[in-house]
Design a protein around this ligand. Structure first.
Ligand code: NAD
Ligand code: GLY
Length: 370
């Protein structure tokens, strides 16, 4: 079968870079870096975790060494509960041990947790060194690895500590998805469905027309490449227009405001990030229906598609005051006003600050009964 490789450019004024997508391309990382003008002899720290490092780190290190780089790996514990400022210290310690200098590089090999943390460590080591994303989850391929948001959680809120720091390159090897557990694959589909709702009704319809959405095998390589290509293009387009989220980029947070509350209040790691986003999309969709902005039939199409991807859609039992406190601590609060991304059609959303606490309380009562 012919293997398709493609490249999507993220055309930022100061930090443009490419997202290169293919199958069995990990071994090309050394040459990719040389092509970027990174000199042989450059010190590189590859940050990963066991599930990913065992099958893939060997190939990366071999490629880097063959290209003349001085590479070392750092293996961290996996999972959202380790996405903390303490783990950043471990990366900084390894950066010190490996004598990373201003022109050195960090490579993030893993899912969004590794990508966000390695990126943040790169943003802060020596006031900022370069980094490269090699995402190995569907979620990180379609979302987290692109756009330069890096950071860690704070006990009181998701991703409250962070920096914008764009990667030099994103290298996506779809073959790595073959070892990804099914639950993780499905979590990634939540962000794909998100792109459908916020702007790409064709992608949404194409997913509706696909029988199974829950694994690499059931979707097949062609469909996976289409999904990644459409998602990365959508993300790149928005990031190019609003790199630092002063406006339109907020639409990428569709479903995330309630999703972050679910992650924070149920304990990081109980629901996977994508699962919490799925629950959050249903919740905010319901609010849009309650406000008369979205039809209940389209909201049902969203719920059905999320269900088809084996994602949770039911709001968990959460104390209402805690939900409201958590919402008020979210990054998206501006001048004390909550801001939400509300759908008005499949493929169309609006950002609104016209939502008061009473509406949230009514919604929570409704979600508890649903
Ligand atoms: P994750 O990084 O926790 O990875 C999920 C699990 O899969 C881990 O246990 C990991 O070890 C394992 N894994 C990863 N790749 C594998 C592979 N190929 N084979 C086998 N196992 C593999 O989860 P995630 O869903 O990738 O990322 C979620 C994180 O991404 C959240 O912290 C979220 O806040 C963040 N995020 C960031 C952005 C952004 O723009 N920076 C966007 C979306 C999400
Ligand atoms: N995942 C939201 C963003 O990158 O802006």
């Amino acid at each position: 079968m012919k293997k398709e490789n493609f490249t999507i450019k993220v055309n930022l004024a100061t930090n443009p870079y490419e997202v290169r997508v293919g199958s069995h391309v990990l071994h090309s990382i050394g040459n990719e870096l040389l092509n970027l003008g990174i000199s042989p002899g450059t010190r590189i720290l590859v940050v990963s975790n066991d599930d990913v490092a065992t099958p893939y780190c060997g190939s990366i290190l071999k490629s880097l060494e063959s290209a003349g780089f001085l590479a070392k790996q750092l293996i961290l514990n996996a999972g959202e509960k380790h996405k903390t400022i303490q783990t950043i210290s471990l990366i900084h310690n390894a950066a010190y041990e490996h004598q990373l200098e201003r022109d050195s590089l960090i490579i993030a090999l893993g899912g969004g947790v590794i990508g966000d943390m390695a990126g943040f460590a790169a943003a802060t080591w020596l006031r900022g060194i370069s980094f490269v994303q090699v995402p190995t989850t569907l979620l990180a391929m379609v979302d987290a690895s692109v756009g330069g948001k890096t950071g860690v959680n704070h006990p009181n809120g998701k991703n409250l500590i962070g920096a914008f720091h764009q990667p030099k390159l994103v290298l996506i090897d779809i073959n790595t998805l073959k070892t990804l557990p099914q639950r993780e694959f499905c979590a990634g589909m939540a962000e794909v469905i998100k792109y459908g709702v916020i702007g790409d009704s064709q992608l949404f319809k194409s997913l509706e027309g696909t029988n199974h959405l829950n694994s690499f095998e059931s979707l097949g390589e062609k469909m996976i490449l289409e999904i990644i290509s459409n998602s990365v293009k959508a993300k790149a387009d928005i990031v190019e227009r609003d790199e630092k989220e002063t406006g339109i980029r907020a639409v990428l947070n569709y479903g995330h405001t309630f999703g972050h509350v679910v992650e924070n209040l149920t304990g990081y790691g109980h629901w996977l990030h994508g699962e919490a986003v799925s629950i959050g999309m249903v919740a905010i969709g319901q609010l849009s229906v309650e406000k008369g902005l979205w039809s209940s039939s389209e909201a049902l199409r969203q719920t059905n598609l999320l269900r088809k991807a084996c994602l949770p859609v039911k709001w968990p039992k959460l104390e209402h005051n805690s939900v409201i406190r958590s919402l008020q601590g979210d990054k998206k609060v501006r001048s004390g006003k909550l801001r939400f991304v509300l759908p008005s059609a499949i493929g169309k959303v609006n950002i609104s600050s016209e939502i008061d606490i009473e509406e949230i309380k009514n919604l929570l009562n409704l979600l508890d009964r649903s």
